[in-house]
Ligand binder design. Structure first.
Ligand SMILES: NC(=O)c1ccc[n+]([C@@H]2O[C@H](COP(=O)([O-])OP(=O)(O)OC[C@H]3O[C@@H](n4cnc5c(N)ncnc54)[C@H](OP(=O)(O)O)[C@@H]3O)[C@@H](O)[C@H]2O)c1
Length: 246
């Protein structure tokens, strides 16, 4: 389905990004794996993709830096000659209640989770505009839709991604570029591993399917949105959350 296409996945060394990179590769895309610090994991992922017969390269870069974002996008074009798919996946949490939240914790989460999406999209869209085609997939969160006590910074960033997604979908639609957001619920990764069993149990009471999702659940939707089958879908926010938000 994605043979001949080139994808960049940010924060792809671990978790959801890793699963998305694997999925896009299995569908035939050449994949650029961006990592910030997980160099070993990124190299292992490349080895796995190559052993499955796919193409992959890794590039270090902090998405909150506009220069690093440019480096990552340029790397993809230098290595593979084009850029068809950008998945803005990199994200962090710095959870605490508002009164305890330090200014730097608010700024850092916004810089990585929201400005990082701007930085990578800005550089990638310039290439996609010339190609008159492209797919941009932004990983938001159900927390950006419903909020969560202790996550004001994260919720603001993820809600910001939704407004950004819709605006850019309107700007780029006329040039054959679709822009959509995925809003995962609770997915089993390092990010949710830190939650206690008690907190997890409480959270699952609000999930009709009564289980955490897997990174592959999110990757399956990303694979679909990247494909030609999704060519008439843009500006949408699609939840992968076991029914948590409806
Ligand atoms: N897990 C969930 O339940 C859930 C739910 C909703 C939304 N999400 C969203 O899904 C995305 C992936 O989350 P995850 O659960 O897979 O988290 P994770 O396991 O903690 O992985 C986060 C990834 O983001 C990368 N990253 C962090 N800061 C970065 C930066 N400045 N520049 C480049 N990469 C950076 C990390 O790279 P390094 O390891 O190299 O630092 C890592 O690969 C995030 O946007 C998250 O907000 C997750």
């Amino acid at each position: 389905m994605l043979t001949g296409k080139v994808a960049v996945v940010t924060g792809a060394g671990r978790g959801i990004g890793r699963a998305i990179a694997l999925k896009l590769s299995k569908l035939g895309a050449s994949v650029v794996i961006n990592y910030r610090s997980s160099i070993k994991e990124a190299q292992e992922l490349i080895d796995e993709i190559k052993s499955n017969g796919g193409n992959a390269e890794a590039v270090q870069g902090d998405v909150s830096s506009l220069e690093d974002a440019e480096k990552v996008i340029k790397f993809a074009v230098e290595k593979f000659g084009r850029l068809d798919i950008l998945v803005n996946n990199a994200g962090i949490t710095k959870d605490t209640l508002l009164l305890r939240m330090k200014e730097e914790d608010f700024d850092k989460v916004l810089e990585v989770n929201l400005k990082g999406v701007f930085n990578c999209t800005k550089h990638a869209s310039a290439i996609m505009l010339k190609q008159k085609s492209g797919r941009i997939i932004n990983i938001s969160s159900v927390i950006g839709l419903i909020g969560n006590a202790g996550q004001a910074n994260y919720a603001a960033a993820k809600a910001g991604i939704i407004g950004f997604t819709k605006s850019i979908a309107k700007e780029l639609g006329g040039r054959g570029i679709t822009v959509n957001a995925i809003a995962p619920g609770f997915i089993s990764t390092d990010m949710t591993e830190v939650l206690s069993d008690k907190v997890k149990e409480k959270l699952l009471e609000n999930v009709p399917l009564r289980k955490l999702g897997s990174p592959e659940d999110v990757a399956n939707l990303a694979g679909f949105l990247a494909s030609d089958n999704a060519s008439y879908i843009t500006g949408q926010v699609i939840n992968v959350d076991g029914g948590m938000v409806m």
